[in-house]
Write a protein that binds this ligand. Structure first.
Ligand code: ATP
Ligand code: MG
Length: 428
């Protein structure tokens, strides 16, 4: 039989790493609460049509990255490559948009059939934030400030913010024809991808990572020269708030996003520490998408953070230690098994914050002590035959020279409460 292996580009996150993930996710969720955004939980699978209609046929995601399959009823379904489409679908389906505003977030795995490399996986995780029903630049600014707060809390330095305005659909259309003229005049310098984009979505040529085309792209006309007044005002409003909040940014007139429905504000946070896959967070305004799906027009803005890239950057020095037990309960002899487990239950009732690892599976004291030591626990609580007979427990300090002590059973909760509150080992 072939060796058991996960699917290429889809990774396990092992128990050594989950404490960092948990800390990161919890920190972000706390911040989302601070801004009063509400969680929405969405299916991982949606109808394929939802993504083709939302993201656009000529995008990388739809044209080559989707995991699509026919289910048993022959409907084409797709593992979600991103969360915005599903969120918009849910909002329309449940009537969350009409005459209302919503500030929502979701998190979970996303799937894209890309070439796996550092910072690029086929299953990866995002936290996505979306706000619906807000027209002005205030909400765009709020979301960017929210990002800045997340980096601060996770101790991430050196992220730079790039912003741009893609204008309204009308000004994009005008700009599109200017771009088509420009790139058509230099057709011989375009790669295969860009030739396709030239016909279908010329703005996305600006997004090309092909170095051979860098100077051609650099010399291309930019949209800011053709921006409509409405979008220019919106962009100025956003910049004013960011300036007021002392958020540093650069305006990158070549920043276009991969999805068709972005307009006005777009932004990316980029790290200088991640190598080629350096964008940690990306987002923008997609005012046309809800209406495009047949519901009444609803302005919207959102962003997504790539959690694999973020976990690489975050500083986990102050991560609370939540995986090591405080106490290892040694249980020796058949007679002690039941009372030992019941004792542990009782302590968990009385001291819900304490982590107890009860020894299971018998074995000598010596082997149990080895496990206790390895577990990282501060205290060993010993329940053997002698202890059982005398209604006692022996306490051994595993991380200090302090002499062991003997207490009566009913004293345990009290003893642990006072001892551990000042002694719990600081996290590593
Ligand atoms: P890229 O230019 O890196 O392909 P994208 O524009 O396709 O990014 P978005 O759809 O905007 O990415 O997703 C937002 C964030 O999700 C990215 O900035 C990145 O941090 C993360 N992300 C996207 N694709 C992957 C992937 N295949 N593996 C890991 N993280 C990813
Ligand atoms: Mg991509």
């Amino acid at each position: 039989m072939a060796k058991l292996q996960a699917v290429r580009g889809m990774h396990d996150i092992l128990m050594h790493d989950t404490p960092r993930w948990q800390f990161m996710e919890k920190s972000i969720k706390n911040i989302l609460n601070q801004y009063s955004y509400q969680e929405i939980r969405l299916p991982i699978v949606e109808k394929t049509e939802l993504f083709t209609r939302s993201i656009g046929d000529n995008t990388d995601i739809v044209s080559k990255e989707m995991y699509s399959f026919d289910d048993r009823n022959d409907s084409s379904l797709t593992l979600r490559p991103e969360g915005t489409a599903g969120c918009v679908r849910a909002g329309i389906e449940h009537g969350l948009f009409h005459n209302q505003t919503q500030r929502l977030w979701y998190t979970g795995p996303m799937f894209r059939h890309e070439r796996p490399q550092k910072g690029r996986q086929r299953q990866f995780h995002q936290i996505g934030i979306e706000a619906f029903g807000f027209n002005g630049p205030d909400i765009d600014a709020e979301q960017i400030l929210m990002c800045a707060r997340i980096w601060q809390v996770l101790n991430i330095n050196g992220l730079s913010l790039e912003i741009n305005s893609l204008g309204t659909a009308e000004s994009r259309l005008k700009y599109r024809s200017i771009l088509v003229d420009y790139f058509s005049a230099h057709k011989d310098q375009l790669d295969e991808d860009s030739l396709v984009r030239l016909a279908q979505n010329p703005l996305r040529i600006l997004d090309s990572k092909n170095r051979d085309m860098a100077s051609l792209i650099k010399a291309a006309p930019t949209l800011d020269e053709h921006l409509d007044n409405e979008s220019a005002d919106h962009f100025a409003g956003l910049r004013e708030i960011l300036d007021g909040a002392d958020v540093q940014y650069t305006v990158n007139p070549r920043l276009v996003r991969g999805l068709d429905y972005y307009g006005k504000t777009v932004f990316e946070w980029i790290s200088n520490e991640l190598g080629a896959q350096s964008t940690v967070c990306a987002g923008g305004r997609y005012d046309g998408l809800v209406e495009h799906h047949g519901a009444s027009s609803t302005p919207a803005v959102g962003f997504a953070i790539g959690l694999e890239r973020l976990v690489e950057l975050a500083n986990f020095e102050n991560t609370p230690n939540t995986h090591m037990p405080h106490i290892y309960l040694l249980i020796s002899g058949e007679q002690a098994v039941k009372p030992g487990l019941l004792l542990a239950e009782q302590i968990r009732n009385q001291l819900p914050g304490i982590r107890i690892l009860s020894h299971c599976g018998g074995g000598s004291f010596k082997s149990q002590f080895k496990k206790a030591d390895k577990s990282g626990a501060e205290l060993a609580v010993i329940l053997g035959e002698d202890e059982l007979e005398n209604n006692q427990l022996t306490i051994k300090y595993l991380r200090s020279e302090e002499a062991q002590t003997v207490i009566k059973w009913p004293e345990l909760a009290n003893f642990l409460g006072t001892t551990l509150s000042i002694r719990v080992i600081p996290s590593k």
